[in-house]
Design a protein around this ligand. Structure first.
Ligand code: NAD
Length: 307
């Protein structure tokens, strides 16, 4: 749910998001198709039970072919309202715990892989990480990184959450406008998409960009721009697959420890992509797309039951 500037912006976003969902599922080897929906409204002022229930009725029209889950602007409480109208909602936390915890775990494992790959460091102790956005995923990621000994600098437009993370984890707080440009090892975008663009990329000082936000690249060509600057961009749909893996596992009634083990493998998946990209001398984003398309094509040729 987001206050898009125009319907065209929303359409562009939802099409890119749904493609990324397909790629995310393929890379994670979860045999579902990709789909996404967006609600064009401001989540801070325009959310109501009536709107959420209308969304629930809309989702119900698809009879389970489309299953929704938490994402930016839509939290667990909102999904519980939608679920009054449809059962095709996952990630509300009753069965496996909130999906954002699994998303944060996948990002955390990906940061470990990226640090090992770029900085040749096994431990995250004293690694400096800048987190943009301390919502459901960002706040949990901050906790995991803090427990691993990383040093944090954070920003959010909500001063309440930055104050909490400052008090509880000792994170430095900076203004949202400058968080991407901190002199750190890792920048972790966990707010919204489009933040890697012609204006921001030249100013990034970190060696690694690895975060939860969907559609971080304003356009696909920005992957090359990051590569040319020798910045490792860990493809968003590879690293943020934890929530989706947990959601589908919830459908299959798998237990939480099994789900945690699956999500943890995201780090190894990313390592494989980084290695293959290095050998082919292409950006990891391009290699991830090749992997995803190859998997989708192999499923098609096996006539896999892709729902
Ligand atoms: P959320 O809505 O809970 O959190 C987003 C946070 O970003 C909020 O705290 C918000 O105040 C903050 N924010 C907004 N504008 C900002 C700005 N200009 N600067 C800094 N902070 C700002 O969302 P979430 O569920 O934590 O998801 C975060 C991102 O990760 C989204 O892009 C989402 O699509 C993606 N993602 C989430 C999941 C999941 O399981 N929740 C899964 C995959 C991808």
């Amino acid at each position: 749910m987001r206050a898009y500037a125009s319907e065209t912006d929303a359409l562009t976003d939802v099409l890119r998001l749904s493609q990324a969902m397909s790629y995310k599922a393929a890379i994670a080897n979860v045999p579902v198709g990709g789909a996404k929906s967006v609600i064009l409204a401001d989540p801070t002022s325009e959310k109501s039970d009536a709107l959420l229930r209308a969304m629930g009725r809309f989702i119900n029209l698809f009879g389970g072919a489309y299953v929704s889950a938490p994402d930016a602007g839509i939290g667990i409480d909102d999904l519980r309202v939608m679920r009054l109208e449809t059962r095709w909602i996952l990630g509300t936390g009753e069965v496996t715990g909130p999906s954002a915890l699994y998303t944060a775990l996948g990002v955390f494992e990906s940061i470990r892989t990226s640090v090992r790959y770029c900085l040749n460091r096994e431990s995250l102790a004293n690694i400096n990480v800048a987190i943009q956005g301390l919502g459901s995923v960002g706040a949990q990621l901050a906790l995991l990184l803090h427990q691993a000994g990383a040093r944090l600098v954070v920003a959010d437009i909500d001063q309440g959450v930055t104050q909490t993370v400052h008090n509880e984890l000792g994170a430095d707080v900076v203004a949202p406008e400058v968080i991407l440009f901190q002199d750190v090892d890792v920048v972790s975008p966990c707010a919204f998409g489009g933040i890697l663009n012609d204006e921001t990329i030249p100013e990034i000082r970190a060696r690694i960009v690895c975060g939860a936000a969907n559609n971080q690249l304003a356009e696909n060509r920005h992957a090359q721009m990051l590569y040319d600057r020798n910045i490792l961009y860990a493809p968003d749909y590879v690293v943020n697959a934890g929530g989706m893996i947990a959601g589908v596992a919830e459908l299959d009634e798998r237990d939480p420890s099994e789900i945690t083990a699956s999500v943890t493998t995201i780090g190894q998946t990313l390592a494989g992509i980084l290695k293959a990209a290095e050998l082919a001398r292409v950006p990891p984003y391009a290699m991830a797309e090749r992997f995803a398309c190859a998997k989708i094509n192999s499923w098609r040729s096996e006539q896999h039951d892709i729902t």
